[in-house]
Design a protein around this ligand. Structure first.
Ligand SMILES: *Cc1c(COP(=O)(O)O)cnc(C)c1O
Length: 417
């Protein structure tokens, strides 16, 4: 459920007309619905209410401070993968005790930053990382709360670039090595072993991979218990898919029920790390048609947003629904929606049926709230677009459009002979 609807033929975000926002802030821009974000966090909380649980929003999906603040106020913690994300999560008011830190390449300065902050748990991805955490913790005179991220070797049946829980992937510890690794970890004075975690991939549209992974992880947790290693947290990662086109991903309710069925009667606290399922359908990218261009082969809608603003179509051939912001009674035809960037891969949609439009008309690229702005770049020296938030009948700019000065910040020229 999202809150982008047509009212009298005009696209609205909650109660605000998208065209009105475009008038004020210019195009392109990202637009997020605060109440959609809130609903999505609540849906996960409700679905897991029979268990001790914590929803840790995956910051890499959308790291805007206002977005993090909204999900944090709704009770969510954060799943971070870098020192920069830790900085953002804390700045947005998410308490350190609700932050889990994932990722295969945590550096010592990042580990130190997270230990000083007092995060809930490091999800360690290798014994080498464990050594690094021990050495930083010893230097700081602190104890690190840790889990191992295990690789359960289940196929999430999603795009290969976003599969992470297969044996051949770089993530996590092979599940067969987990027991030995935990035996080492519990002997370290610098560590407090508190959890076990996994994350098998993204945009997963079936329940069975989650169920299989959780069962495998639970088996390890039970084996650890027999060895006298008590674990409090079972972190099953993120990955719940959303509808971009015609997918039918599990709802938070179905997902929560499947987890609760498996964990009922245990005393684990379950952690989930949804990113896309919280933010994806809470955001759109609004863009304006610059030119229509007819070639003998095709019609192109050349718009002012591009692959630097939204990388997913170019990167994964991802499908994003595109709609005209104002409904009109005109003929439709198949067009390619492309940006101004000098790459053939710069497209937002190909062979898409859209109404006939004129330069100046607005289009909305839907389901762009996750892995949209966070994957944006300045390629072709394009300032990144602003991020606007709507709540009810109110809207505000949560991140300003970049300026040309922003583009060259930190650059210097040395005159050379
Ligand atoms: C990316 C990621 C997530 C979030 O994935 P979604 O598919 O957006 O839910 C959660 N946990 C970890 C460790 C991740 O790398």
């Amino acid at each position: 459920m999202d809150l982008f609807n047509f009212i009298a033929g005009k696209l609205h975000c909650e109660e605000v007309s998208v065209a009105k926002i475009a008038e004020e802030v210019g195009t392109p821009f990202y637009l997020y619905s605060a109440n959609t974000l809130k609903r999505h966090i609540s849906a996960f909380n409700n679905a897991l209410s029979s268990l001790d649980h914590l929803v840790c929003f995956a910051v890499k999906a959308n790291s805007n401070l206002q977005v993090l603040n909204i999900v944090g106020k709704q009770g969510a913690g954060a799943d971070i993968v870098s020192g920069g994300e830790l900085f953002r999560a804390l700045k947005a008011g998410i308490p350190a005790e609700k932050i889990v830190y994932s990722g295969v390449g945590k550096t010592k300065p990042e580990i130190s930053q997270a230990l000083e902050a007092g995060i809930l748990m490091f999800n360690m991805e290798s014994l080498e990382e464990m050594e690094a955490i021990c050495s930083v913790a010893a230097n700081l005179g602190k104890k690190a709360q840790v889990s191992f991220r295990v690789n359960p070797d289940v196929d999430p049946k999603t795009h290969p670039y976003i599969s992470t829980g297969l044996k051949k992937n770089k993530f996590g510890l092979p599940i067969v090595e987990a027991l030995e690794a935990y035996k080492e970890a519990v002997q370290r004075n610098e560590l407090e072993v508190v959890g076990i975690s996994c994350h098998i991939g993204s945009q997963i549209t079936e329940l069975s991979p989650f169920v299989d992974a959780l069962k495998r992880v639970l088996r390890v947790a039970d084996a650890l218990k027999k060895e006298g290693v008590g674990i409090k947290y079972i972190d099953i990662g993120g990955g719940v898919g959303i509808r971009y086109k015609d997918e039918t991903p599990p709802t938070p309710e179905e997902y929560g029920k499947a987890i609760a069925d498996i964990l009922a009667g245990t005393d684990f606290t379950v952690i989930v790390e949804p990113g896309r399922a919280i933010a994806g359908n809470a955001g759109i990218l609004v863009t304006r048609l610059i030119y229509t261009k007819e070639t003998p082969e095709k019609t192109f809608y050349i718009v002012d947003a591009a692959m630097n603003d939204l990388a997913r179509p170019s990167l994964y051939k991802a499908y994003h629904e595109i709609v005209a912001v104002e409904e009109r009674d005109v003929p439709w035809k198949a067009v390619d929606v492309v940006g101004p960037i000098c790459e053939t891969g710069d497209f937002l949609a190909r062979d898409r049926e859209l109404p006939q439009m004129e330069p100046g008309d607005l289009l909305a690229v839907k389901s762009a709230g996750a892995y949209g702005f966070t994957m944006s770049s300045n390629y072709n020296s394009r300032p990144r677009p602003p991020e606007v938030v709507v709540s009810g009948n109110d809207f505000w700019i949560a991140r300003k459009r970049e300026t040309y000065e922003d583009l060259v910040r930190g650059e210097t020229i040395r005159e050379i002979a």
